[in-house]
Every structure is written in structure tokens, then in C-alpha cells.
Ligand binder design. Structure first.
Ligand SMILES: Cc1cc2nc3c(=O)[nH]c(=O)nc-3n(C[C@H](O)[C@H](O)[C@H](O)COP(=O)(O)OP(=O)(O)OC[C@H]3O[C@@H](n4cnc5c(N)ncnc54)[C@H](O)[C@@H]3O)c2cc1C
Length: 301
């Protein structure tokens, strides 16, 4: 029996992938979403900045999306991990770790990024709970509070300026990185921002709330929350598409890669898109792909 050829295989069921599935389902297209189910923000208790869903629990956003997809019978959701996407002669072949292959006319990669945290003992207990990667996502909840800023010497000034918008009570920790230039040091001093360049021994916390930063030399700094930069990220799925300097995949402005029919959207494309940005890219790619499918169908007659 000939294998089914889907219109679109979507790899990744975050806001980017599910939003593309919604628009394609509404356009009556045969779509399969293959999703590992491990989104980047899974450690966060709440998500912010998604208009109409501000403050929603991170998992709830996904379950609402999954529910909204149920009327669209041409959309299938499959739990699985994709390990390979190949362009064959007539169609794409997407293979999972369980060795199932799915054929399709188009593929959307919406796999997001994987975060690799700096090795600071205790960070794993506070990350996503009181120490965050993005001030637009979680800065408001920590406005005017005593914050720790975990950054590098050469990013310290840039990042402090940004976070200073939410709180003036900031201590910058470079965790052993002494590479801060003189201009940055002077600027921070001028704005009465303390910076600590020693190595961090551990972060102490209580039920996810940061309490203090303990240094190797025994000094301690009381803080109730923090921001973290940089987060080292890597692609969740490797495909043979060129990566940009910041680690995203290179595409045109609709997410199309140099391989005809292969799209990359969301964090996989931009490294950090935000939930609503990723959903918006999913919608846009869905529409563009649908136009291509319509054109192909028309020309086949
Ligand atoms: C701690 C934290 C808090 C955040 N808080 C906010 C916030 O409050 N507001 C906001 O707007 N943004 C927030 N973000 C950013 C936001 O999570 C991302 O920008 C957004 O999730 C990107 O959506 P996406 O669909 O591209 O990727 P994701 O949401 O990461 O989804 C990708 C999906 O693809 C799956 N996947 C990966 N590889 C494979 C594979 N090989 N096969 C099958 N499936 C695969 C993953 O398991 C996952 O389910 C936060 C990020 C972090 C780290």
C-alpha cells in the first residue's frame, strides 16, 4: 500500500507549530504535528505577554491550543521525537526515533531551542521561578525588587541598562569573568550599581524563590529574584540548513529555508521569539504554505 503523503509535517508542537497546524487545519489540509512535548518554558510557572492569556500557566496555554485543534479532523497530533528530515525526489521524509517515517509535501520545523544553563549550583531550583531569561516575560513581577543579574563582563553594561528599567536595586554577578571594560565599570559606578566578579559558590533559595547569592570567598548577597544572561542555547533538531550568528536557522522572512518546501519558525529560527511571536510566525508560515499548496493543486489539472 502506498504511504500517505501529508500536506505538511510539523515538527514541534509549541505555539509556533500549533498555530501553523490551526491555520492549515482550517484550510482543510492534511497535517501531522510530531511533538516531543518538552517546551523551552516548561520550568516556568506562568507565562506573560500573550494578549488574552497574560499570566496563564505555561502548560495551560498548550492544552487550550490542543483543545482548539480537536474540531479539525485533518490535523493529527503525535507524541514523538523526530531525528531526521530529508528531501526525497517527490516529497519530504520525516523520521522519528521510533523509526516511523512520514511523507509530506512540506515540512515546518518548529522545534524551539534547548537552554544550557551556566553551571551555578542551585540555579536549577530558581530558574523559571524567580530567576528568568527575559525581562519582558517576567520583569514586571519583579519590579522594584532586589535583583541579581547574572551576566558576563562584556554584556554587563548593556544588560544592566535594560533591567534598570524594572529595578534600580541591582547587583551584577559575572561569576569569575573579569572582562568588564573600564567604560562599563565607570558607568555602573556612576549609577551606583554594585558588581561582583568573584565566582559564585551557590544560590540559596526557598521553594523556588531566590534568597541569597553565596560567593566562593564567603561573601553573601541577599536577593529575591534575578535575570540571567546569557543563556547558552542550541537547536533542538539539527537539519542541513545554515545557522545564523546567534544560532537560529537562516530563512527568508516567512521562514522558508534554502530548501524549497522546508520552513523553520519560532525560536528555532530566531532563538527567542516569545510565545505570541512564535504563534504569529506559525500563522504566517501556515498561510504562505497554503498558498503554495493551492497553486500546486491548481497546476496539476
Ligand atoms: C524560563 C522561560 C520562561 C519564558 N517565559 C515566557 C513568557 O512568559 N512569555 C513569552 O512570551 N515567552 C516566554 N519564554 C519564551 C518562550 O517559551 C519561547 O519563545 C516559545 O516557547 C517559542 O515557541 P516555539 O513554538 O518556537 O518553541 P517551544 O515552545 O519550545 O516548542 C517546541 C516544541 O518542539 C518540541 N521538539 C523539539 N525537538 C523536537 C524533535 N526533534 N521532535 C519532536 N518535537 C521536538 C519540543 O519538545 C517542544 O514541545 C520563556 C522561555 C523560558 C526559557
Amino acid at each position: 500500500m502506498k504511504a500517505k503523503v501529508y500536506d505538511v509535517v510539523i515538527v514541534g508542537g509549541g505555539p509556533a507549530g500549533l498555530s501553523a497546524a490551526l491555520v492549515l487545519g482550517r484550510a482543510l489540509r492534511e497535517v501531522i504535528v510530531i511533538d516531543e512535548g518538552s517546551p523551552r518554558n516548561k520550568v516556568a510557572a506562568q507565562s506573560h505577554g500573550f494578549l488574552s492569556r497574560d499570566g496563564v500557566c505555561a502548560n495551560e496555554l498548550r492544552s487550550i491550543a490542543a483543545q482548539e485543534l480537536t474540531p479539525y479532523k485533518t490535523v493529527t497530533y503525535l507524541k514523538g521525537v523526530v531525528c531526521d528530515v530529508k528531501r526525497g525526489d517527490d516529497c519530504f521524509q520525516t523520521t522519528t526515533l521510533s523509526n516511523q517515517t512520514y511523507e509530506s509535501k512540506k515540512v515546518i520545523v518548529a522545534t524551539g531551542m534547548k537552554d544550557q544553563l551556566p553551571t551555578i549550583p542551585g540555579l536549577e531550583h530558581v530558574y523559571g521561578k524567580s530567576v528568568f531569561p527575559c525581562p519582558y516575560c517576567d520583569g514586571w513581577e519583579h519590579r522594584e525588587k532586589p535583583l541579581a543579574l547574572f551576566t558576563t563582563g562584556n554584556q554587563a553594561l548593556f544588560y544592566t541598562k535594560l533591567i534598570y528599567n524594572w529595578s534600580k536595586d541591582i547587583i551584577v554577578f559575572t561569576n569569575g569573568d573579569m572582562n568588564m571594560d573600564e567604560v562599563s565599570r565607570k558607568e555602573l559606578q556612576l549609577h551606583q550599581i554594585q558588581f561582583v566578579e568573584n565566582t559564585i559558590q551557590q544560590l540559596q533559595s526557598n521553594e523556588g524563590t531566590l534568597q541569597r547569592v553565596v560567593m566562593n570567598n564567603g561573601e553573601t548577597y541577599e536577593r529575591t529574584g534575578g535575570l540571567l544572561q546569557p543563556i547558552y542555547t542550541k537547536q533542538a533538531l539539527t537539519i542541513s540548513v545554515r545557522t545564523s550568528d546567534n544560532g537560529g536557522y537562516v530563512t527568508n522572512h516567512h521562514g522558508l529555508t534554502h530548501i524549497q518546501g522546508l520552513y523553520v519558525i519560532g525560536d528555532a529560527r530566531h532563538v527567542f521569539t516569545s510565545l505570541i511571536g512564535a504563534a504569529s510566525e506559525g500563522y504566517e508560515a501556515g498561510v504562505v504554505i497554503h498558498h503554495e499548496l493551492v497553486e500546486d493543486d491548481w497546476n496539476q489539472k
